[in-house]
Write a protein that binds this ligand. Structure first.
Ligand code: PHE
Ligand code: ZN
Length: 898
């Protein structure tokens, strides 16, 4: 499809500097739920770098215009025109003061973009283009200004009034109203503007920054949630210290605030000095949050805090550069979490975080790159920018940033970061600017590296090896290609990439061999980062005394697919011996993927299934290897997900994948029953709950044991243990895992085994929305059968009094859990899942297009499925395409059908 004629498409190539610059913005809000009045006073001047035009065009959306004045003179009706997309003002001077008054309706705003009401309080969300729903403005990130914000509201209904920066004045007004005035000393793009008003309370801490300045930290929540703020506060303090230590970056404001809101489209938002968070990523205490929740809170608090430098102090020139801030900040939060896991020195602990991140990347981003939404890390075009907050921009973007560190080491990476801030502090810049800083700080030409930003699709590196015993030489030939990429990816591909490829060689004794490349004087360690720059290159290691086993792409040094024909025995050997913990895990995953795909093919053909003893033995060795941390063993024993496996098939067949994976799980459960029971007993952690990585690892392994035991033909042990665990749990990790095990066991033992706990769980946590989300999600992701269709459960839950489409977390907990995380049930051959999906996309489309568009993506890979499913998926997409109105959903379904 060519979109050159489509005016709705925004292109990177069309970037033009803004016609005007805004030096300062003073906003005054008279807050009222149905009609908030906004007075916006700006100092404007013509941009000398822009092509001159006479009219002033400001963006605005869902606003009611009241009036405007230039340099104190009200504009006549003919001089200004308010329209659907903004405000157009005739001849304006070169520099002037512009005052605009308008109103908006926060309580009717279900999009959660702009100013809206949630639980009776006011919040804003401006990224990417929500500021134009608050006032008329140049709503683009390269227009940076200083902001002064005055908030006025009824004092009893809205006792707390917050905005960016420092509080400079507050006081009483007539009629029970009050006001607060905030000043943000730093220039910022409008997408970082925020205000919050309502009945909130804060946990406060005072800390001293490295250079000795006092800082006030606050975590604002609704009063009943104050008991769930400690972990977010601790995470914030850790983040602040980590950024000082690792990157020399200090908090630049006297005050830093986090606010929790339960209606939020995304995870959280880095508004300057006033981060606004989805409650899911702030609130945590042992009773209500799992270990995963605790680590997500830490990661997201870190992420938003790190944006203060990578995003806010240096921001994006345009939205095509989104990965400049997101890829970099994800990389920073990954490194932060990794350091918090076990310190920078414990490689196995660091590997746990790395494995989790790579698993997400490969399951989600690789799939995105193989479908109709494939786009480069720096996209070339979009219809709706909200659709480009993607796995590619975030996760692949983080991998691209990580490769600089792999190439230059931590010190070299730090030099690049220092130069980046030295050059660009206070500016709105591009991905090229970042790459140039990295290149210049390290004396390298990184022209070829630019392709990582401009080419979509997942690169493949195929590996051939040869050992010559006579000359003791071992050569490795690496060839890069994109395989048969999706059309959307193919059109971006222009040439070979610079791929940092980390490699080790392992001897027969299981130990690493010291490495020396041909032409080098001496050995340099046991892991070597080879730089692949050509379509094909051969690297030769010398003094290799015996035929080694290669350990390829250690620590996943580049976001590529490695093709190499290991034998099963070789994979089992790597699983037992590789010194690189990532690759140790990877060997197990490769082994499992191979076996599971073979099983799936047999299942699809209606043949009987069997699994070799050697497969079980290889996993048994890892499970019982006490030298490995519980957290690592848990990851190693977890089979590749159904979504990942389906993605590896020529034609995805979710039912066959499910049958294969269930068969393998049952086999591992049965063959290792005694080991699982022993592991379970051994890793019960008595005493008070602690969210430390060590304790979390113990719980994870113990609960995996419980999950495997629930797979047995006779799950009586699992049911007994799970009930006892449910009743005695002092934390949500164990309680939710027990409930999940009971639900799993009910597949063989009947629904009766889970119902009492399910009901008890609901009653116990009725007042905790985030826990009720788990209750919905557990049921939507449960295993089903012909007799017990999960779609029936889901439809019944849609009518539950606690269900609502308006709250994104709740919608995700039921609808997305079913459509995106229960593939075998969602892809039922009768099409019942697709019919449900279509209904929900259409229903959400008119309420909240951003959330609807995310859901719409569940069917985009329809071409990759067996025709029996693919045809029905396409039909459902067509039905949706005929009904939806938002630009957001239309872009997704039209690209999927193109
Ligand atoms: N910028 C936010 C983050 O990554 C994500 C976000 C995008 C939130 C758009 C809201 C709206 O941290
Ligand atoms: Zn971010």
């Amino acid at each position: 499809m060519s979109d050159t004629a489509n005016p709705a498409v925004i292109r990177r190539a069309d970037y033009a500097a803004p016609a005007f610059l805004v030096d300062s913005v003073a906003l005054e809000f008279d807050l009222a739920p149905e009609r908030t009045v906004v007075k916006n006073t700006m100092r404007l001047r013509r941009n000398p770098d822009a092509t001159p035009g006479s009219r002033l065009e400001l963006m605005g959306e869902a606003l009611a215009f009241i009036g405007a004045a230039i340099d104190g003179k009200a504009l006549a009706a003919g001089a200004v025109r308010a329209h659907e997309h903004g405000l157009s003002i005739g001849d304006v001077p070169d520099a002037f003061e512009l005052v605009i008054e308008s109103t908006c309706n926060p309580v009717e705003n279900t999009t959660l973009s702009g100013l809206y009401v949630s639980s009776g309080n006011f919040f804003t969300q401006c990224e990417a283009e929500g500021f134009r729903r608050i006032t008329y403005f140049f709503d683009r990130p390269d227009v940076m200004a200083t902001y002064t914000v005055t908030l006025r509201a009824d004092k009893s209904a809205y006792p707390v009034l917050l905005s960016n920066g420092n509080l400079v004045e507050e006081g009483e007004l007539a009629d029970g109203r009050h006001f607060a005035k905030w000043e943000d000393p730093f220039k910022k793009p409008c997408y970082l503007f925020a205000l919050v008003a309502g009945k909130l309370v804060a946990l406060e801490e005072r800390i001293r920054s490295r250079s000795g300045k006092d800082k006030l930290l606050q975590v604002w929540v609704e009063p009943h949630d104050l008991d769930k703020t400690r972990h977010a506060m601790d995470s914030l303090i850790h983040s602040i210290h980590w950024d000082e230590e690792r990157f020399g970056l200090e908090l630049d404001l006297d005050r830093f605030m986090i606010v929790a809101v339960s209606d939020f489209n995304m995870g959280a938002m880095e508004n300057k000095g006033l981060n606004i968070f989805n409650t899911k990523y702030v609130l945590a205490n042992p009773e209500t949050a799992t270990d995963t929740d605790f680590s997500n809170v830490e990661a997201v608090v870190g992420h938003e805090y790190f944006h203060n430098w990578t995003g806010n102090r240096v921001t994006c020139r345009d939205w095509f550069q989104l990965s400049l801030k997101e890829g970099l900040t994800v990389f920073r939060d990954q490194e932060f979490s990794s350091d918090m896991q076990g310190g920078a020195t414990d490689e196995t602990a660091r590997a746990v975080k790395r494995i989790e991140d790579v698993r997400v990347l490969r399951q989600m981003q690789f799939a995105e790159d193989a479908g109709p939404m494939a786009h480069p890390v720096r996209p070339e075009s979009y219809v709706e920018i909200n659709n480009f907050y993607t796995m590619t921009v975030y996760e692949k973007g983080a991998e691209v940033v990580r490769m600089y560190q792999t190439l230059f080491g931590r010190e070299g990476f730090r030099r690049g970061m220092d130069l980046y801030f030295k050059r660009h502090d206070g500016q709105a810049v591009t991905c090229d600017d970042f790459r140039h800083a990295m290149a210049d700080a390290n004396g390298r030409d990184l022209a070829q590296f630019e392709r990582w930003y401009s080419q979509a699709g997942t690169p493949r590196v195929s590996v051939r090896t040869a050992y010559d015993a006579a000359t003791q030489r071992y050569s490795i030939t690496l060839a890069q290609s994109y395989g048969d990429a999706a059309p959307a990816a193919r059109e971006t591909q222009t040439g070979p990439l610079l791929i940092p490829f980390a490699i080790g060689l392992i001897g027969r004794d299981g130990k690493d061999i010291a490495l020396r490349l041909e032409g080098e004087r001496s050995e340099t360690g046991t892991t070597r980062v080879i730089e692949l720059t050509e379509p094909e290159q051969t690297f030769t290691f010398v003094d290799i005394k015996e035929a080694p086993l290669p350990s390829l792409l250690r620590n996943f040094s580049a976001p590529v697919i490695v093709e190499y024909d290991y034998t099963n025995d070789e994979l089992a050997f790597l699983l037992a011996h590789d010194s690189d913990p990532f690759n140790r895990w990877e060997a197990g995953q490769r082994l499992a993927t191979r076996e599971l795909l073979a099983l799936a093919a047999r299942a699809a053909a209606g043949e009987s299934l069997s699994l070799d003893d050697s497969f079980v033995a290889a996993f048994a060795r890892v499970l019982t290897d006490e030298s490995l941390s519980p957290a690592f063993r848990e990851l190693a024993m977890m089979l590749p997900s159904e979504a990942y496996l389906a993605e590896q098939m020529e034609q995805a067949d979710p039912a066959a994948v499910h049958a294969a994976r269930q068969f393998a799980r049952k086999r591992l459960a049965t063959a290792l029953k005694n080991e699982w029971l022993a592991i379970y007993e051994r890793h019960v952690t008595p005493g008070a709950y602690e969210p430390t990585p060590q304790a979390a690892g113990q719980r994870a392994l113990k609960n995996l044991a419980l999950a495997y035991l629930a797979e047995l033909d006779d799950p009586a042990d699992a049911v007994r243990l799970a009930n006892a665990q449910y009743d005695s749990a002092n934390n949500m990790t164990d309680r939710a895992a027990a409930l999940a095990a009971l639900l799993a066991a009910s597949a063989t033992a009947g629904a009766g085994v889970a119902e009492p706990a399910l009901d008890q769980f609901y009653r116990r946590f009725e007042k905790e929305p985030l826990v009720i989300d788990k209750w919905f999600a557990l049921q939507a992701t449960q295993r089903g059968s012909a007799k017990h269709r999960v779609i029936d459960v889901v439809r019944r839950l849609m009518a539950h009094p606690a269900f609502t489409l308006r709250n994104p977390n709740r919608a995700r907990s039921l609808i997305f859990s079913f459509c995106a995380a229960n593939p075998a049930q969602f892809h039922a051959v009768d099409g019942s899942g697709y019919a449900y999906w279509a209904e929900q996309v259409v229903a959400l489309d008119s309420l909240n297009p951003q959330v609807a568009a995310r859901l719409a993506r569940s069917l985009e890979l329809w071409r990759r499925y067996t025709p029996a499913l693919g045809d029905q998926m396409r039909a459902a997409l067509e039905r949706v395409a005929a009904q939806v109105k938002s630009r957001d959903v239309r872009e997704i379904v039209e690209k999927a059908l193109a």
